[in-house]
Design a protein around this ligand. Structure first.
Ligand code: NAD
Ligand code: DAU
Length: 350
């Protein structure tokens, strides 16, 4: 029997992790702790919301009294911590919000765990879900390994790097059992359409311009979100205390090539003449401090825990496009209201 608090479980990756744990471990109790910011959506978990081993708690990880109270009442055995402000562009507009949630929120959770788990570090685990962006940017060659030095450039990646350092400090200083994973760009269902892939699918579908930053030369290493959730499951259960794993898709794409591929897929799915959707591609002002290239070396995860991605990018992208086309109501819901203001603010002056 285990009681696990998963933070950020109503978000994109968190909802896939919650679903996986609720379904695969009926003997565990899964508590989804989420503030339900613009990025959190309980509709992402409709299919498991009535499961007997699942509970949702609305709350803010920045609120220390609330977090302490939650630990007191629930007495969790483990935390899988995904709650974060996650969008680089928003971090450029409002860095402090990223410091509060990503740094202060993480330290609050670490403190609550430390207070409640004294003498029980051998039976408890703090799993921190992080990003490859902490390593900074690559040139044309090379890959990020677990020993690459941290070199964050955006307020988002600086806040995630800081939270990683705090997690390691709690392992080294207090002997708390912690693990960290640093993953590359995820894609898949329930991805909020502020991020490149769902934004492009949505805009192409609506016949709106598809904004490509700079010349579209930046490279990202894309991983299907359900493969990330599977890696988290493995690492949570099998990793040695204090260890770090990189997770990635071995799947590098230049932004412009990826957008062109999406245009081709959508031309076919929407019965448009070949080349029609690509006319929507619009080059806009680049992101400030835009990292050129990310690429993950996930050899450690493969050799130690046997993890490799389960599907190809072409399969995953097709599944993802099909999901968005079949879930128009979800997309319409999350792109109404505040999304329209965000979109205007972010894209009208580019
Ligand atoms: P997301 O923005 O989709 O979801 C974040 C969730 O956290 C939302 O449900 C939101 O309501 C919740 N949240 C935000 N602030 C909170 C607070 N103060 N208290 C409680 N809940 C709060 O993010 P995502 O893309 O699913 O990313 C999840 C985690 O994985 C993040 O830590 C992110 O840094 C990391 N990550 C993401 C990617 C990616 O490609 N999306 C890749 C690697 C790592
Ligand atoms: O690498 C992992 C990271 O991947 C995660 O830690 C972040 O939470 C996640 O948001 C993601 O960060 P990116 O900045 O790489 O993702 P985004 O989808 O915002 O952008 C992907 C690439 O596409 C990047 O080079 C910027 C570019 N882009 C993005 C948007 C939103 C565009 O060209 N146009 C756009 O409109």
């Amino acid at each position: 029997m285990k009681k696990i608090i998963i933070t950020g479980g109503a978000g994109f990756i968190g909802s896939h992790v919650v679903r996986r744990f609720v379904r695969n471990y009926p003997e565990y109790t899964i508590i989804n702790l989420d503030k339900l910011t613009y990025a959190g959506n309980l509709a992402n978990l409709k299919d498991i919301e009535d499961a007997p081993n699942y509970k949702f708690v609305k709350g803010d990880i920045v609120d220390i009294d609330f977090i302490n109270q939650l630990f007191e009442t629930e007495q969790p055995d483990a935390i899988i911590h995904l709650a974060a402000e996650s969008h680089v562009d928003r971090s450029i507009t409002n860095p402090l919000e990223f410091v509060m949630t990503n740094v202060v929120g993480t330290v609050n959770l670490l403190n609550a765990a430390r207070n409640n788990w004294k003498g029980k570090y051998d039976k408890t685990r703090f799993y921190h879900v992080s990003t490859d962006e902490v390593y900074g940017t690559l040139g044309e060659d090379g890959m990020f390994t677990e020993t690459t030095a941290y070199d964050p450039h955006s307020p988002y990646s600086a806040s995630k790097a800081s939270s990683d350092h705090f997690v390691r400090a709690y392992q080294d200083t207090y002997g708390m059992d912690t693990v960290i994973s640093n993953c590359s760009n995820n894609y898949g269902s329930y991805h909020f359409p502020e991020k490149l892939i769902p934004l492009a699918i949505h805009n192409i579908q609506q016949n709106k311009p598809v904004p490509v930053y700079g010349k579209g030369e930046n490279i990202r290493d894309w991983l299907w979100v359900e493969d990330h959730a599977r890696a988290i499951d493995l690492i949570f259960h099998k990793a040695k205390s204090g260890s770090t794993y990189n997770i990635g898709g071995h799947n590098e794409w230049k932004n412009i090539d990826l957008i062109k591929l999406l245009c081709t897929i959508l031309d076919q799915k929407l019965n448009r003449p070949a080349g029609e959707s690509a006319k929507l591609i619009t080059f806009v002002t680049d992101r400030a401090g835009h990292d050129l290239r990310y690429a993950i070396d996930a050899t450690k995860l493969k050799t130690e825990l046997g993890w490799v991605p389960s599907i190809t990018f072409e399969e995953g992208l097709e599944k993802t496009v099909d999901w968005y086309l079949a879930n128009e109501a979800w997309l319409n819901d999350v792109t109404s209201g505040h999304y329209q203001d965000y979109y205007k603010e972010q894209y009208s002056n580019r």
